[in-house]
Design a protein around this ligand. Structure first.
Ligand SMILES: *[C@@H]1O[C@H](CO)[C@@H](O)[C@H](O)[C@H]1NC(C)=O
Ligand SMILES: *[C@@H]1O[C@H](CO)[C@@H](O)[C@H](O)[C@H]1NC(C)=O
Ligand SMILES: *[C@@H]1O[C@H](CO)[C@@H](O)[C@H](O)[C@H]1NC(C)=O
Ligand SMILES: *[C@@H]1O[C@H](CO)[C@@H](O)[C@H](O)[C@H]1NC(C)=O
Length: 417
């Protein structure tokens, strides 16, 4: 069953405070997240002044440079530009890392094999750590783990790796390990989003859940409906479609998928800044007008544009906190509902299910917030993943009904709670 946490936060520093304190209390090993199996010895090793990346026996050609970039990132992170002194016997010097990847394919997909083994021998000349993984993305996790074994010692002035030989085998318990950012309530510049992605790799998180738009602002360019981003906070607090492509590519090189969200039909006030006919009325401005075909045309246009940018298997369609009172207080919409023999809750279900069909037509599986499941779970597409955020006990019901679930219950996983 695919079920995992998705930590909502704008306060990213806090995440690491929490994670680090967990890692030291688990069993004395300073590794996070704790690998599935860890064995180690007692011999100290010392980094060579010139750590080498080797790929002897690997099927992965690294034509895109993902591995080389990751290796350099890890080496620089550990060295932090300190000068390493060379003064140890060769038998204790770690010359580098040999990375063997079995698959030549570096397409990032949901459910790919992220497992790896990491061996750091205590003997050998020259002495190389060995990483073995099915995919390049498993190898990236292994490099991350390797980096957590190494540190610069200010007395010896060498990067040290204690307690060799190490034998580590690891694979994730859950295929979805997410972090949510909200760029509607709080615009985040592109370099900040990239540094969030960098930070996610330290904890082996693999989905950036991008809650892009909401009531407060519509920062992203939608080529099919170019006035939508008139709902941005300001002229500059925006993302072009090329920015989105750049963010997705940047994330993929680090093994992070980008999950785009449009939250419908509630949480959409900003949509009407550019297209006011999406509002029930000028004085009652969300949810999206259920009686207006244009609402569904715009969703179709957005998801059509998204499908060219966001290649992850899923799109998030929101569906939470829908207050339908504007539908019944607007005579035109009330009449439409009556003519279609629907009350407000029927209208809500009709809207969510139609949006699901549009997403499916663009090749996406769907994620919806839990209110959709709580209100009409038996009507949701079997390709729905229910996103738990309110109460406990939801995941068990979702799974019993044969759907998948993401758990990020706000009592635990909202870092500002
Ligand atoms: C140590 O390694 C270096 C570089 O590989 C080599 O030039 C040198 O001869 C070695 N020294 C000993 C004592 O083996
Ligand atoms: C750093 O190196 C010194 C000198 O070799 C050693 O005594 C000390 O234990 C090392 N510190 C750590 C934290 O490994
Ligand atoms: C629903 O929206 C109406 C109109 O905007 C508002 O008066 C009412 O307080 C809202 N209800 C809830 C539960 O938020
Ligand atoms: C709406 O109508 C459905 C039947 O179509 C009924 O089951 C439901 O209780 C009604 N909901 C409300 C809030 O009146």
């Amino acid at each position: 069953m695919a079920c995992i946490w998705d930590t909502h936060s704008l306060h990213f520093g806090l995440l690491f405070g929490i994670l680090l304190s967990f890692s030291v209390t688990t069993n004395g090993l300073k590794l996070w997240p704790m690998p599935k199996s860890v064995n180690y010895g007692s011999k100290p090793l010392y980094w060579s002044t010139n750590m080498q990346l080797r790929t002897d026996g690997s099927n992965y050609a690294d034509s895109s440079g993902i591995l080389k970039e990751a290796f350099e990132r890890v080496v620089n992170l550990i060295k932090a530009d300190h000068i390493i002194e060379a003064k140890f016997a060769n038998s204790s010097v770690l010359a580098g890392v040999n990375v063997v990847v079995h698959s030549s394919d570096d397409t990032l997909n949901f459910g790919i094999d992220e497992s790896y083994t990491l061996n750091v021998p205590a003997k050998g000349s020259p002495l190389y750590a060995k990483i073995e993984a099915s995919t390049i993305f498993g190898a990236l996790h292994a490099l991350e783990t390797f980096s957590q074994l190494c540190y610069f010692n200010f007395t010896s002035k060498v990067v040290e790796l204690h307690a060799a030989p190490w034998t580590i085998y690891d694979l994730p318990r859950f295929p979805y390990r997410g972090l949510l950012i909200d760029t509607s309530r709080h615009y985040l510049p592109v370099p900040v989003i990239k540094s969030v992605i960098d930070s996610m790799t330290y904890s082996k998180l693999n989905v950036l859940h991008w809650h892009i738009v909401d009531d407060q602002s519509f920062p992203i360019e939608i080529p099919s409906y170019p006035k939508l981003w008139d709902g941005a906070y300001s002229y500059t607090e925006r993302y072009t479609i090329n920015d989105a492509i750049d963010i997705v590519k940047y994330a993929e090189r680090k093994g992070v998928n980008v999950l785009a969200e449009i939250d419908v039909p509630g949480h959409t006030l900003s949509w009407g800044v550019g297209y006011s006919s999406l509002w029930p009325s000028k004085s009652c401005r969300e949810p999206l007008d259920v009686s207006n075909e244009f609402s569904f045309k715009v969703i179709d246009g957005i998801l059509s544009d998204f499908s060219k940018v966001f290649k992850f298997k899923f799109v998030h369609l929101g569906g939470d906190e829908v207050n339908t009172s504007c539908w019944t207080t607007t005579p035109r919409i009330k009449e439409w509902l009556n003519n279609h023999h629907m009350n407000e809750s029927d209208g809500y279900r009709y809207f969510v299910l139609r949006a699901q069909q549009i997403a499916l037509s663009h090749g996406y599986d769907i994620i919806n917030w839990e209110e959709t499941f709580n209100n009409f779970g038996d009507k949701l597409s079997p390709r729905t993943v229910v996103h738990n955020w309110l109460g406990g006990g939801v995941a068990q019901k979702v799974v019993a009904d044969g759907l998948r679930c993401i758990v990020s219950n706000q009592d635990k996983w909202y870092l500002d709670h």
